[in-house]
Write a protein that binds this ligand. Structure first.
Ligand code: NAD
Ligand code: SER
Length: 320
């Protein structure tokens, strides 16, 4: 039976992954942790074990692992791309030294370790369309640098010490529970909130900027599916390209107008996030994930729009 510790559990992915994993593995078998408890997630925190845990505190993380007899860590604690450019030192510290602590505990205590990577591992010199699984990786952000190094570190711990490390390169994730934590793809979440609240949105990413995206239910399935995949089929343990769709802000607006015809989109481009987006692929080739562990996403843009608007109408109490 898996006994799972989720780090960074109160973030965009962790808040939904904790619920899903508690449903699958049992409430008591999934320990959620983060830097501090948040009132917004009281129900989730109270639905199973919760620990205040900074992944830079290796001793405390080791004690939590012992206390709950953890055998699997899903390491979601990280600093994302836009915040990482504003605070590169913090980004390096959490994404590198925090991951190093997790992997060292993985080696010492024979744990399985799942750590997401990102489309941010790619840069200007990477082929932009149908970006291959194995290709040039020269990222321009601190976040991207830490993610490439993290993929390599996880592969090293598997090769050298036999730690069962696994991971995917997530594209931008769209969800309606917890807001994204400071990335470049966050516009693709904010746009739905503003479409309902104001029937208009000012995008910080410019028209024509294609990026890969995915709806959260597909992302959660990817984590569980790869965690449980037959290891003998896995050749790329820590760095699977996965995607569900690729679009630009105008495609999103057209999809939203099918539900809110008067929706308006304009632009006030943020040079920092635009330059990050320009350096990332237009679309990924995820054929290796499909071949090695049967990756097969369900949601395309219009499915996401319909579901996001339905869920957010209830959450925001906007019934128009
Ligand atoms: P998020 O920013 O929403 O959440 C990260 C969480 O980590 C936060 O709750 C934060 O409090 C916590 N945290 C920060 N520093 C910490 C520390 N020192 N110790 C413990 N916790 C700490 O991020 P997310 O979107 O949930 O991302 C989770 C993982 O998925 C990250 O590795 C990220 O790079 C990756 N990823 C996310 C996306 C996306 O679109 N959300 C895309 C690609 C990859
Ligand atoms: N959504 C993430 C970001 O924009 C991609 O890793 O930082």
């Amino acid at each position: 039976m898996r006994k799972i510790l989720i780090t960074g559990g109160l973030g965009q992915i962790g808040s939904e992954l904790t619920k899903k994993m508690r449903d699958i593995y049992g409430n008591d078998n999934v320990v959620m942790s983060d830097m501090k408890a948040k009132d917004t997630h009281k129900d989730l925190i109270e639905s199973g074990p919760f620990e205040v845990l900074d992944i830079l505190d290796k001793e405390k993380m080791g004690n939590v692992i012992e206390k709950y007899k953890i055998n699997t860590v899903v390491n979601l604690a990280a600093i994302l791309s836009a915040v990482g450019e504003a605070k590169p030192g913090l980004c390096y510290d959490v994404n590198m030294n925090g991951l190093y602590n997790v992997l060292e505990l993985g080696r010492e205590k024979d744990l399985s370790v799942f750590t997401p990577s990102s489309i941010a591992v790619f840069g200007e010199s990477t082929p932009k369309d149908k970006t291959p699984q194995d290709t040039i990786m020269r990222p321009e952000t601190m976040y991207g640098v830490t993610k490439v190094a993290g993929e390599n570190l996880c592969d090293y711990y598997h090769r050298k010490f036999g730690v069962d490390t696994r991971g995917v390169r997530f594209p931008g994730l769209i969800s309606n529970d917890t807001l994204p934590g400071g990335g470049t793809t966050d516009y693709a979440v904010h746009i739905y909130y503003e479409a309902l609240r104001k029937k208009k949105y000012t995008s910080f990413i410019d028209k024509g900027t294609q990026m890969d995206m995915m709806y959260m239910p597909d992302a959660l399935n990817a984590i569980v599916q790869l965690l449980e995949a037959d290891p003998t089929r896995l050749k790329h343990r820590n760095a699977f390209n996965i995607t569900a769709m690729s679009f630009d802000p105008e495609d999103m607006a057209a999809s939203i107008r099918k539900h809110i015809p008067e929706f308006q989109l304009d632009y006030d481009v943020d040079p920092v996030r635009q330059s990050i987006a320009n350096s990332w692929p237009n679309s990924l080739d995820d054929s290796e994930a499909r071949a090695q562990w049967d990756w097969n996403p369900e949601y395309l843009l219009d499915d996401v729009t319909a579901d996001m608007l339905e869920k957010l109408r209830i959450k925001l109490n906007i019934m128009c």
